[in-house]
Ligand binder design. Sequence first.
Ligand SMILES: NC(=O)c1ccc[n+]([C@@H]2O[C@H](COP(=O)([O-])OP(=O)(O)OC[C@H]3O[C@@H](n4cnc5c(N)ncnc54)[C@H](O)[C@@H]3O)[C@@H](O)[C@H]2O)c1
Ligand SMILES: O=C(O)CC[C@@H](O)C(=O)O
Length: 387
Amino acid sequence: MFQYTCLNPISHVGLDLLTDDYKKTDDINAAEAVLVRSASMHEMDLPENLTAVARAGAGVNNIPLDKCAEQGIVVFNTPGANANGVKELVIAGMLFAARDIRGGMEWVLSEEGNADIAKLAEKQKKNFAGTELSGKKLGVIGLGAIGVKVANTATHLGMEVLGYDPYISVNAAWNLSRGVKHVQDVTEIYKECDYITVHVPLMDSTKKMISKEAIAMMKPTAVVLNFARDLLVDEEAMVEALKEKKVRKYVSDFPNPTTVGKEGTIVTPHIGASTEESEDNCAVMAVNEIMDFLENGNITHSVNYPDCNMGICQAAGRVLILHKNEKGMISRYTTVLGDADINISDMTNKSRGEFACTLMDVDAALTDEVVEKLKAVDGVLRVRVIK
Ligand SMILES: NC(=O)c1ccc[n+]([C@@H]2O[C@H](COP(=O)([O-])OP(=O)(O)OC[C@H]3O[C@@H](n4cnc5c(N)ncnc54)[C@H](O)[C@@H]3O)[C@@H](O)[C@H]2O)c1
Ligand SMILES: O=C(O)CC[C@@H](O)C(=O)O
């Protein structure tokens, strides 16, 4: 029986995949797996029992990835599972910035009960006029799951699209419309674009990447959209630029005291991924990742360990070892198993930065003594006997 806990509401479409071998607990100390969305895990003590954290979403800045890795806890995310939901809201964000849809709706509500509203509207509508997206230049910074979808859709709206991503994956490049111009220098986007949208992960290297200097390069008519994370933008500088009419609008999905209610801001309550479809997709992917990890030791879409997969175990036993990426680790495991007269029938070893994993199928079940010897190898962070 595997115990899991949810730190945020997770769609039942995903949770329903869990078999009778899984039990939900509210006690994190009893849980082997955590399912989480945006709840911050940075201040949490990570219990001994915990072996896996699945983020039902893309951004993992709410999870202490290295601390988890050091404790042999594998962290997963669900790449692309909510990308369409975010893309659609980004397009809505552009439309809300282009035309005063909200002002117009508020005016209509303020005239509730006015029998002459239809006539009055014809006079008032000039106050809510705007511009069209077609023919405008859009710059997309970060061409991953979301950025590619936004860029491709914008080409269908008649926009001229510039994309910037020095680390673009082969898969993303394949999916990118040929109509998108791939720029090497992000300042081209800052200087030339009418709409600039950012879709990169929040990391030390991307914090405040939309800096005061970047904002100063923008056109006074520019609209900046941020559906990634608020800390990616120097928002103090942004609010100042909006006040001085040096940029036109800032559309953000991350409410905070710096931006809410400030001139030129349009802020939504982190609802980019809040669609039935995105929530279901994320939950299904997260639950499948957790089940394959707990039942088979396979790692798919991890963000702190390498991916590693040997399918379903057909041998007498399987063991997963999470360890430091150091020289000589495998020879130490094979020595322990050889000394115990246990043959390895299949094995895979993968590394990612400082961390690595070794998955081994063996011809005999491992005794407690052998497991203790594997745990005692210097550099080993966790040993999980799968079978
Ligand atoms: N508003 C929401 O509800 C919501 C939902 C999903 C994701 N997000 C945020 O959006 C981010 C992006 O999501 P995604 O699914 O597209 O992720 P992704 O990993 O598929 O794409 C991120 C892209 O950013 C690129 N990148 C990294 N550093 C860069 C840099 N310095 N300059 C340019 N490009 C850079 C990467 O190469 C990658 O292609 C997430 O990390 C998350 O913070 C928000
Ligand atoms: O879980 C959510 O609603 C937000 C998800 C989003 O911020 C993400 O990074 O995937």
